[in-house]
Structure formats: C-alpha cells, structure tokens
Design a protein around this ligand. Structure first.
Ligand SMILES: Cc1ncc(COP(=O)(O)O)c(C=O)c1O
Length: 421
C-alpha cells in the first residue's frame, strides 16, 4: 500500500547507507533499508501493512514513542498481558476475542529479552495478520535458530542503542521484493538534511563528555532543556490528552503527531549527512565487541540476588538487565550518586498512562504493573559498579507475582556478599 503523505525528502544516494544495510543484512539474513531512526522505520512498516483503523497488539511496558507511532499511523494500540519476569507478551493470556480483533502484532523484546517470536509467528500465520518486531533493544538477541528481527514481515532496529550512534535505524523486510516500495515511502517522509542539525549531532558527544568530566550534570541538563531537546521531566512524557485527541482527528500522519513522536530525538525523520553516516558506520563496525561485553555484564548481573533469570532462549547480550528491587526510587538515587544514570524506565504501563480513550487496556494488567514498578534496567557495561552500589545501598530483592520464595543468597562473580529480604 502506498502512503499518501508526501514529504520534502529525496531518494537517498551514496555508498554509506548501502554499507550499513549490507552489514545488517549479513547479521539478519534479510533485506535491510537504512532509516534515520527506529521509530521512523516502524511508522513506515505500520503504514505499509496496516490500513488506518486497524488494531495493534503490543506491550504496555514500552517507550512512549512506540505508542505515539502506532497512533500516528492511524491505528489503535491494544495492550497485551505480559510475563512478569521479562515483560514479554504472554501469548496464552491474550483472550480469544482480542486475537480475533487485532490486525497486527508488535513485539518489543524489552531490554533485549526476546518475545516468544516462534509462537507469535504461528499465531499471526493462523490469523493471517502481520508480525512486526521492534528490535531496538535486541540487536544481538536470538530466538531459536534465528536472530530477533528475522521472524516478522518487518522488523526495526535502533542504531542509537547497542551501536551507540544516537541516530540511525534499520527496517528489515522478509520480502526483498518490497524494498523499492519501502524506499520510496521513506523518501516521501524524510525531512531534508540540515547543516545545523548535522553539526549539533557531531558536537553533542563532545559537549556531553566535557560537562560530565566537570561533573556539571545539572548544568548539562539545563543546557539540554534550553536547547529544547528534553521532552520529559518524569519517566513518561506529558500526554497532553486534549491536543492528542485533536491530532487523532486529523488524517493519520507524522506531521499531526510530531510533538509526541519526536520525544528524545528531534532528528528522527531527518535525512542523514555523510559525517553522521560515517559515525554510525564506525559504531556498527564495533558492534560485536560491544555485544561480547554486554553478554559478560549480563552474566554477571544475572548471578546477583536481584535478578530473575529466564533462560528460555539462552543468555542474550542484553541492552539493559532488568533487576528487581523493592524500593526502586531509592536504588536509582543511590546509583545516580555514583554517576550511574538509570534510563529506559517505562512506568506506568501505557494503558495506565494513556487511558481507554487512546488504547484498549490489558485484560490482565497486574504483571505489567509489577514489572514497571520494580524493574531496574542496569547497563551491563557497568555491571560490576552497579552491583556494588546495590550491595552497599542494601537494595532489597522483591518477589514476583506467583513466585513462591525469593532467590537464595548467591555469591556474585565480583565476590559481593548478597542479602535476602
Ligand atoms: C523499545 C524501543 N523501541 C524503539 C525506540 C525508538 O528508537 P529510535 O530512538 O531509534 O527511534 C526506543 C527508544 O528508546 C525504544 O526504547
């Protein structure tokens, strides 16, 4: 289906996007199209496969931006019941009438822990609906014999995360024959490259590093706010329901939903310049080393008393390792005092955040609420330092719904003494 949303962008030329696409194609074994962000790729995929008015089964423990992308595509988010230990979709807890009502399924693979793609694939095949995979957190994760992102009609990746480029994304396609149509759609939605945006992108890491070096975090945040780059003071961005309802009444599209879809990344639809692409390429070239380090940190953190390992699909090189603590705010503050900033918190779940006006609520919301309240996503690249802070601050593990007993004391690889509740 073509998208009737003409943008000012142009068809991309040049060897650089091609090189990025080839690297990702080799990893996934599927056709890949470079996009300026994961959210942009998801929007393109949804508009291709789902006519406006459709309903998308998704996870309520997810970044706000994904919710707004679904709305921008003219679709109704339908929140799924989740497994409490990894926030994956609980396939068996989705009622039959919900299965019968949805026109697509979108996985999240939260923090890199895979959703049950083989079962969801089967379910979608039976129902004759598309499966989309958000692999933003899961670029190195595998399910069964395939990587995350090789199960759905389309899958999307964010090169801001493991790759660390703070820009760029990939849209991968099961059917390589769709490449040309998808590229054309992308070209129609891209905003033209701007020198000022390219310069801001290029200098930002140096400015952030300098400010960090001076321990001027407050000043840095004040500067970032002044530049209009900070969209949230709390975990969730302000919903602004009246304006959102007005946007929903317009023709679906990125323009009407721009104030929401741009959250945390104002360049999300900007055509990339040469230097930006070069930096992203350098990050992608280092990806395997990063994934090795993430896997090592994941193993360390999964051996601590705050972890609830699920080895359904083996140990993954997680983007963040969800630990579970009784008083998360206190632990977040203790980590911040040691310079470890916890991001990627998704609390409350999207149905509690947005309400029934904008989404179908989950029929079984408790596991998602529990996960959203207690999960502490720890960067595995800072595993040892974070585990030491948790130990010193006396962070208490917490029991999951349905869990009989808290895990027994286990020594961590760092030799930390662990306490029980
Ligand atoms: C689960 C998830 N998917 C998608 C995105 C969007 O990625 P991008 O910023 O590349 O658009 C994010 C952003 O943090 C995310 O957390």
């Amino acid at each position: 289906m073509a998208i009737g949303e003409a943008g000012p962008g142009s068809v991309r030329h040049g060897a650089q996007p091609k090189r990025l696409e080839e690297t990702m194609r080799a990893r996934l074994g599927r056709e890949c199209v470079y996009v300026p962000s994961c959210r942009f790729g998801l929007y393109v995929a949804l508009r291709h496969w789902c006519p406006p008015g459709g309903r998308v089964l998704m996870s309520p423990v997810n970044d706000d931006v994904i919710f707004f992308v679904v709305l921008a595509a003219g679709l109704r988010p339908v929140q799924a019941p989740l497994n409490p230990l990894d926030a994956s979709i609980d396939v068996d807890a989705v009622p039959d009438e919900v299965w019968g009502s949805v026109s697509a399924v979108l996985t999240t693979n939260l923090y890199g822990n895979p959703d049950p793609a083989p079962r969801l694939r089967q379910k979608c095949d039976t129902l004759g609906i598309p499966l989309f995979e958000d692999g933003a957190h899961a670029i190195g994760s595998r399910v069964g014999d395939r990587p995350v992102g090789a199960w759905g009609e389309a899958s999307v990746f964010s090169l801001s995360k493991h790759v660390g480029a703070k820009a760029g994304g990939m849209l991968s396609l099961a059917d390589p024959g769709l490449r040309e149509a998808v590229e054309k759609t992308c070209a129609g939605l891209l905003a033209p490259r701007r020198t000022s945006a390219e310069l801001a992108y290029l200098v930002r890491p140096y400015a952030e590093a300098a400010v960090r070096g001076l321990r001027l975090r407050r000043a840095a945040w004040a500067a970032i706010r002044l530049l209009g780059l900070a969209d949230r003071e709390e975990i969730r961005m302000p919903l602004r329901p009246d304006e959102l309802a007005l946007a929903a009444r317009e023709t679906p599209g990125l323009d009407a939903h721009h104030p929401w879809v741009r959250v945390d990344m104002h360049d999300y639809r900007l055509e990339a310049g040469r230097l930006r692409l070069r930096r992203i390429g350098r990050g992608l070239d280092r990806l395997d080393d990063v994934l090795d380090a993430c896997r090592a940190g994941t193993e360390l953190l999964l051996a601590t008393p705050w972890a609830k390992p699920r080895d359904t699909y083996g140990t993954q090189p997680l983007f963040r390792v969800p630990l579970f603590v009784a008083d998360r705010d206190a632990v977040v503050a203790a980590l911040a005092r040691q310079g470890i900033v916890v991001g990627y918190l998704y609390d409350p779940p999207l149905d509690d955040y947005a309400g029934a006006e904008f989404t179908d609520p989950s029929p079984a919301p408790e596991a998602a609420r529990w996960f959203a309240r207690h999960a502490l996503p720890v960067d595995p690249l800072r595993a040892r330092a974070a585990a030491e802070v948790l130990e010193r601050s006396g962070a208490r593990p917490v029991r999951a719904p349905g869990e009989e007993e808290l895990p027994r004391s286990r020594p961590t690889p760092g030799g930390l003494e662990q306490s029980r509740d």
